[in-house]
Design a protein around this ligand. Structure first.
Ligand code: NAP
Length: 512
């Protein structure tokens, strides 16, 4: 039975290179890599060798016969992308021309640089660690990583939900990278406070900024900063023991929480708020969050998207993980009316939502997925705390886009969580695109007014914006490192030319 990629897929494509028969797609060279919600194994081509299993850093690949009940649906999800005579493939034929005949093997290339090179990396999250890994392939290069916090690996530690234990194992890979003899990691070091960016640029031949998207997008509606309104990202930090959120007060005395936005962060938060605390006790969840959850009064979490179900920001693997993992999820069939999708992944998402709309929820805390509602204002009680959220109802078009109507709906709640994405912050001394919350760049070279800043590079969310999965950072960082190495080699060629000229001039003079 072929192997199957399951929910924890991080998309770093290590499996693609390990596979001897090119059965895992999309590969980084294929057009849908980076937009695809996960990687898939073609069951017809897989030879069941298991090479991908050892390459995967998060244990997401499972032999078909070992799938648990929670994972069984992923066999179908993988096959859906390839099977020529499946009902789905008849509706959505796969163009074989876009698949490469052989696994594209990325041959490690030596660099033409003959002296020791020191590179500084700011941040220790996934993009930083993948950049370090790329650089350390070259024996001339040593890497120093500067991390503000006392514990490394950024969102791999502080962003991944505590019950996503497989995804969190990617930290083992990062640990191996950090322990490399040419890698030095300085924890508790804030660039801009303990050391300046200029110092770093003097100390290292080049610096890669991998500081991530350190803030969240703010919801611009009335009373969005009232007590009782929190960002989902701060709640994630709170339950993951992030030191910046240790003292956050999370009042769970309300029976209903409302989450604005329906990305994967919203699903994570909804799942944690409705999970059995005793099951969470066995995870890495913070003790303060566990204590609060044990006495929580929350019985319903409403996850509200402004667009239709076909445009939901959560991914199919996360939806399947939520539903088949046992969460009590409900959908109002009215919200699905007329929804239709052309591509197999969205069609499969609609199938799961339709299944949820037809089932009877069981007793116990539940998650309601609601669509077509744009937040208008937070309604306050007399004390000034949040008491409800008013939404504008949108008419849903089949493709998921919306048109506003005159109707509004008010949902009572004492806890409003805004989950509308992360945002990168400006860095002192570096250019910043305030509209996108990113550092402008060309293939990872930091650009000021369109011109590369010598020796300064960028990778991760502060480079491309807050999108993608942990493994998306591998190809992103590979691009940045390729630019850096090309510049090092060009610099060395120029230095050689100068040295040759420099040695000829005195010689000529002495002869003269
Ligand atoms: P996201 O996927 O970008 O979702 C943001 C949500 O906020 C969307 O539903 C968006 O709606 C909505 N939104 C934005 N502005 C809004 C506004 N003014 N009013 C109402 N709604 C608004 O962000 P995220 O959930 O923070 O995730 C960030 C990235 O991390 C994503 O790539 C995600 O896949 C990844 N991640 C992955 C996992 C996982 O794999 N388990 C877990 C967590 C995060 P529109 O779509 O209409 O704009």
């Amino acid at each position: 039975m072929p192997h199957v990629v399951t929910q924890a897929c991080c998309g770093d494509a290590s499996c693609v290179y390990a596979c001897p028969v090119n059965c895992i797609h999309p590969t980084p060279e294929e057009p849908d890599f980076g937009t695809s919600e996960m990687l898939y194994i073609d069951p017809a081509t897989c030879v069941d060798c298991g090479a991908c299993v050892s390459a995967c850093p998060v244990g997401a690949i499972v032999p078909g016969h070992r799938l648990t009940d929670e994972q069984k649906r992923f066999a179908e999800v993988n096959a859906l992308q390839f099977t020529p005579d499946s009902a789905a493939a008849a509706r959505f034929p796969v163009d074989p021309a876009r698949r490469l005949p052989l696994a594209p093997i990325d041959k490690p290339r030596g660099i033409d640089v003959d002296e020791p090179i020191s590179i500084g990396i700011v941040g220790s999250g996934p993009s930083a660690m993948y950049a370090a890994d790329e650089l350390l392939r070259h024996p001339q290069i040593s890497v120093t990583i500067y991390e503000r916090l006392r514990r490394p690996f950024g969102l791999a530690r502080y962003g991944v939900a505590p019950d996503h234990t497989a995804t969190r194992t990617v930290m083992r890979l990062f640990d191996d990278i950090a322990r490399h003899s040419r890698c030095d990691i300085r924890l508790g070091t804030t660039v801009g406070r303990d050391i300046t960016l200029d110092d770093l640029r003097t100390r290292h031949r080049a610096v890669i900024w991998a500081g991530g998207a350190a803030s969240d997008r703010r919801l611009d509606i009335d009373n969005a900063s009232a007590p009782g309104v929190l960002s989902a990202t701060s709640l994630v930090g709170w339950y993951n023991d992030h030191p910046d959120y240790d003292h956050l007060t999370v009042d769970l005395s309300t029976s209903r929480a409302v989450i604005v936005g329906n990305g994967n962060v919203a699903l994570d938060v909804a799942r944690i708020l409705t999970a059995d605390p005793e099951k969470l006790a066995a995870t890495t969840i913070s003790r303060h969050a566990l204590t609060a959850l044990r006495t929580s009064a929350v019985r319903e979490v409403v996850v509200v998207g402004r667009r239709g179900p076909t445009a939901a920001a959560f991914t199919l693997p996360e939806l399947i993980g939520l539903v088949d993992g046992g969460a009590n999820v409900v959908v109002d069939p009215v919200d699905l009316a007329g929804a239709h999708a052309e591509d197999p992944t969205t069609a499969a998402k609609l199938d799961v939502l339709a299944e949820l709309a037809s089932r009877t929820p069981y007793d116990g805390p539940r998650i309601r997925l609601a669509f077509g509602r744009s937040p208008r204002s937070v309604v306050l009680e007399a004390t000034g705390r949040a008491a409800a959220v008013t939404f504008d109802r949108n008419r849903l078009r089949p493709d998921g886009s919306i048109e506003p109507t005159d109707e509004t709906e008010t949902i009572d709640t004492g806890l409003v969580l805004t989950s509308i994405g992360y945002r990168g912050l400006a860095v002192d001394g570096l250019p910043y695109d305030a509209a996108r919350g990113v550092i402008p760049h060309d293939a990872g070279r930091v650009l000021r007014d369109g011109t590369p800043v010598a020796g300064m590079y960028v990778t991760g969310w502060i480079k491309r914006g807050p999108s993608g999965f942990i493994g998306t950072n591998k190809t992103d960082s590979a691009e940045t490192v390729a630019s850096l190495l090309a510049d090092l080699e060009a610099g060395q060629r120029t230095a050689h030319r100068h040295r040759r000229r420099g040695s000829l001039v005195p010689l000529g003079r002495s002869r003269h």
